[in-house]
Design a protein around this ligand. Sequence first.
Ligand SMILES: *Cc1c(COP(=O)(O)O)cnc(C)c1O
Length: 387
Amino acid sequence: MLTPDAAARLGGPELRIDLDAVAANCRLLAERVSGDLMAVVKADGFGHGAATVARTALASGAGWLGVTSLVEALDLRAAGLTAPVLSWLNPVGADFAAAVRAGVDLAVPSPAHLAAVAGGAQRSGWGAARVHLHLDTGLARDGAAPEEWGALCRAARAAEREGTVQVVGVMGHLALADLGGPGANAAGRAAFDRGLQVARSAGLRPAHRHLAATAATLGDPATHHTMVRVGAGLFGIDPSGSTRLRPTLTLTAPVVSVRRVAAGTGVGYGHHWVTPRATTLALVPVGYADGLPRTATDHAEVLLGGRRRPVVGRISMDQVVVDLGPCSPVVAGDVATVVGAGDDGAPTAAEWARWAHTLEHEIVTGLCSAPPRVRRCVSTGSSWGTR
Ligand SMILES: *Cc1c(COP(=O)(O)O)cnc(C)c1O
């Protein structure tokens, strides 16, 4: 492997991750709630680096960390993070004893999970497992179905008496996560309230009650309870579009070549686009392997030579062609901004999502999964480090 410095000298595309933006987004979200804020750093912090994002969020108003799998939770512990961590999506055969030893809170969506977690706690020799009972509040996905909820709560109370678990939380998740408004969430809110009642009458006293993700955190205070779990918002994404957050990613690439072509020239695979007039084409070395959705073909644009220019022909694995028009000042080596914060006219991840008929989350995580030829720079304060 090349050292980061050596790779940097070779040139090529660059993905900048702006941790100041993550911090600003986290502070904004934390100011909207009176209770706790859990920073959801699943999927390697939406690709930004789970431990790095976790540290940034904890310094910017978050008190908790949330991930799906135990692997992700133990990775955070291995990185030295000691804040409360909740892991909510594990098979019954997961190593819950290791979770208890690492001080990781576990979501429990079924009686089978409860038994497995209690068994893990006994094997660990470390005392009760800290659990958050997970109620399905309308997704028919993760969490206990409402008709199983009462039995789960009673079994959890019995396990508390035996000393194998301690129910510290109850969680739900809203189905209409892209609609933050109170109307959209009424059914989910009511299901959660009923679930809390049932838990109380089973004798449980969970200190942490959490339902809202980013959209509801920003748009529906009645969902906040004692804690909110925010992922997308940390990375500049407000699924409900109610609040301006700061985009965290910038993808740039230097133009490899510029060429004049005649009218009627087929461009790229399948000659999907044919020049309607004599024009100039620029080759930019990023493509779908770098997270640009191929389905944005015919719609995508980049910022190059001071203005937006269309991407023409099919998006390839590691290159795109940009139409510069008949006369353009762009020369090889000029830098195209393929994705940016939008303040300088560069296309945003939200625009790429629109062009590809997908959601911004997929663009953001896709860009962050780019192969090593895309140099990654992570801001630390006002400076940039390469990795
Ligand atoms: C991903 C996830 C979140 C965070 O949702 P965002 O919309 O990204 O803020 C919260 N809770 C659960 C259960 C999740 O899976």
